[in-house]
Ligand binder design. Sequence first.
Ligand code: PMP
Length: 305
Amino acid sequence: MPITATEKIWMNGELVDWDQAQVHVLTHTLHYGMGVFEGIRAYETSQGPAVFRLTEHVERLFASAQILGMEIPYTVEELIDATKTTVAATGLSSCYIRPIAYFGYGEMGLNTLPCTVDVAIACWPWGAYLGDDAVTKGVRMKISSWTRHDHNIMPPASKTTGNYVNSSLAKVEALRAGYDEAIMLAPNGLVAECSGENIFVARHGKLLTPPLSAGALEGITQNTVMTIARDLGFEVAVDNIARSDLYIAEEMFVCGTAAEVSSVNSVDDRALPCPGPMTMAIAEQYLATVTGEVDQYKDWCELVS
Ligand code: PMP
């Protein structure tokens, strides 16, 4: 999806003009993929723009860095403030936000210990990642020929830039084959997640979603959806999912900050009931939640000013 330029990008403590937010071609992370990033959304609420679960996203950025042994030279609070400052500087009421921490220019070679850590935060308008009608019409899924990382190869719990080689290979393979998104299986064959979303399937009336141990990212939308689903009275469990569970799911959806809640209409050309009643109820409540309309979840909407 093309990026729409906005006014300012936050880089290492300063707001710089969009076109000035440059890095050197010998930036360490460009060569070795050792960067960590986040994908966050701000939504328009009746009290002004609010960043959804901003604190949890910034905390996960620090957790991703911790897994890599990278020390971000700011505090969680400083990057929360910096994110709000960046959103306010663009004047957008809703947007996608991309913070990234990376090893900068100055050192080369695989040893990251002497490297400086740079941080940038950008935001721009971005629509529904899997399409505007992804909730009602559903998306076509393909199980990828690419396997999700093993924990001892690339840590899937860290939102590391280099990990996304795996996701991109899977996504492009699925698109070229005429599908919308790829489902990734772990090395042991169990379902992990999609290239950029977590998965929920309904079996015997209960919603299941794979654990972090299966190679899934600990999704903030996954966590939000579990809370919403339970509060709506649905049964939810974090549990292993086998490939066959996907083919005979009573309903299935995927979720992530970019994709929000999107129904799945088929997996490997096996049609699934779509949109499912639980999916529709959760998707509706999710939209109301992120836009600050549900009192019990209002604290998740962190106002920009
Ligand atoms: N899995 C992967 C691989 C992702 O890239 C994302 C998007 N960050 C997710 C799951 C969903 O995470 P979240 O709900 O926190 O956006």
